[in-house]
Design a protein around this ligand. Sequence first.
Ligand SMILES: [Zn+2]
Length: 450
Amino acid sequence: MPATAAHGPADSYTPGHGSRDYRVSRYELDLDYRVSSNRLAGHATITAQASTTLATVVLNLAGLRVQKVQLDGQRVRRFVHRGTQLIITPERPLPAGTWFSLDIRYGGTPAPQLGNWGEVGWEELTDGVLVAGQPTGAASWFPCNDHPGQKASFGYTITTDANYRVICNGVLVSHSAKASRETWVFDQPEPMASYLATVQIGRYDLRTLMFPADTTDHRAGRPVLQYLGAPPALMAKAQTALARQGEMMESFETLFGPYPFATYTVVVAGDELEIPLEAQSLSVLGPNHLTQDWESQRLIAHELAHQWFGNSLTATTWADIWLHEGFACYAEWLWSEASGNSTAADRAGAAWRGLSVSPQDLMVGDPGPESMFDDRVYKRGALAVHALRRAAGDGPFFSFLRAWTEEYRFGSVTTSDLCGTADRICGAVPGFDARTILTPWLYRLPLPAL
Ligand SMILES: [Zn+2]
């Protein structure tokens, strides 16, 4: 992080969230949770490095009470918890470059946080818990440097009531039972933005999704392990709805490059959900998303595509949210084509016609915080991707997609980064210039001709 970037707001879309003054490399979250009373007792161990001289360390935590803070095992001068910010003052300022460790004990009754985007974060289900962190919900359950450009690895140790299953990001390391409590340990080694951290708790069964032999990733010589967690009563319906996910995975690995994580888990919550949600290495659907019609299948494809676009490659700032949603929406169209449904060009035409009769007053490349999840960011963002494909031709375009996901794997990205990779891979195509192609779609208001 350049020195000049320090001290400013981390992101104008989410004021008060995130800090550029230090970087977290690892969160260890040890949580004890009681489902019936929604009581959480947490112990977060955060390993971080100062990017500038730190007189205070500012984290985000909302709706929970902090009991104790230690820095490198020592007491701190003071800590103040105000609104969504936890401001920690060490005994002495931490020089730039210093590695430090924070131990934070906290607890209470976690609740979703209300923002521009409705309620986000920790949410009680009829029987269990769902965490939907995008964009500022992470602070509802752990102290964090809450910003998409701040990626860290995670470890979770979660103890809860027996007969519930806990599903987090990453890989299940161990599971043990003691009296009426069970403990679940997960490791998420690849860097992850805080909003993608999640815990799902429910009376779930877990199955390995079995697909025909064609799900093997032949380049890497391994199949991507895919799991399904669902209430027993919904398991059969969920398996039917996900019957083509193996083909989807194979298709996306061919088009986008290797699946970025060790496993992929789909959780079906017991309660209906307005929209599915993506988290790193897992997605969450509602029982209302379990049909075989296009509306459900496109959402299943969309959430899977976010593993490449959004989770492995994460926008450095929220203004570039089209790098997540435009690509995930375009992936729906690619799956439509690959699965023998409408071609991507037909889907693009239909989206264009829809946009042509919608207000053209949104700048997709910087939509503003209120509109970052506006459907036009998704559709017009996907049309911007389609415009690159049309200009480059299929061969160079798909080479570019694979180069993009490889070059910035597990990293933070901007639209300029995208243009750089596109120009490098497609530059030999006469007249190709990514910035010139994208500008009318992203940074002008009138809808360009398709
Ligand atoms: Zn999405």
